[in-house]
Unconditional design. Sequence first.
Length: 185
Amino acid sequence: MATKIYIDQGHNPQNPNAGAEGNGYREQDLVYTIGQELAAILQAEGYETKLSRPTPETQLGTSIATSLAARVNEANSWGADYFISLHANASELAGASGSEALVYRLNSVAADLGASILRGLADATGLPNRGVTQRTNLYVLRRTRMPAVLVELGFITNAGDAALMANSPQLFALGVANGITAYLS
């Protein structure tokens, strides 16, 4: 039986729970495309995938809370083996750059998977690896029944990171996929 990976393209196309904006881009649009590419790569490698937003118009929930719950509930009921939530980071510092992974607990399967994903992203994109951080307050990490990693792919508020996410989404998808595959093999 194939390993099941739930790919959560963070945020909704519009409020409630729309994402960050920067450099003329919207987070929800960037991660939608990267998620689609990631699913295609993983499926070609024999994984079973499910996307939180199968279409660009898919709107989950009627509030931030119900949007997050819809993602977690779908992954839990589908029986996903791993939960990967894709996001674009934002900072008041325009120079902030790189990828980072957030997990519920360090010294865990999720943290090890997150570290492998970050190595894959750094290799594929050339962006700095900002490391794995514990975040116990994030719903999608706290309420999933499987190892969950929230990946901040790059900074939408950094012109270079944002342009790379927009113009080369396949690099981010390949980096995440390579990290998953390296960890699982």
